[in-house]
Ligand binder design. Structure first.
Ligand SMILES: N[C@@H](CCC(=O)N[C@@H](CS)C(=O)NCC(=O)O)C(=O)O
Length: 118
């Protein structure tokens, strides 16, 4: 069978973004309203997970193969069971479901990349 794209342990490479503890706390607070729907052997999900690691983001990972509840919610609310998909919760209680690995990586880069440190 396929090997997982990467180990589940978070090991940030040396070229991951480094932030001051205060700024990292703010970023961690912002990423609490995000979740990545994915599964281990999905190559496109690996692209997004690499972006998440590079940007040093603590984003909840929701494996749709491990948890049928995650898959059900993705299909019901997101509109499709394709992964990766980034759940973006809004303060008002609404949510966006962002599909496409490149669009997700671009979104994360624009919001949390080096030029936009909080
Ligand atoms: N263009 C998409 C491709 C995503 C894709 O093909 N995902 C596969 C898993 S690697 C999938 O969810 N396939 C299930 C399906 O299409 O219903 C992206 O870059 O995110």
């Amino acid at each position: 069978m396929f090997e997982p794209w990467s180990d589940d342990k978070k090991e940030f490479s040396s070229d991951s973004i480094k932030r001051t503890p205060e700024v990292q706390l703010e970023v961690d607070s912002a990423t609490k309203s995000l979740a990545l729907y994915y599964y281990q052997t999905c190559w496109f999900c690996g692209i997004v997970r690499a972006t998440i690691e590079r940007l040093n983001l603590n984003i909840e990972l929701r494996d749709i193969h491990d948890n049928t509840g995650h898959l059900d919610r993705l299909v019901r609310e997101g509109g499709s069971g394709v992964v990766p998909c980034l759940y973006i919760g809004n303060p008002g209680g609404t949510a966006e479901w962002l599909y496409e690995s490149q669009d997700i990586s671009n979104y994360l880069e624009e919001r949390f990349g080096a030029k936009t440190l909080v």
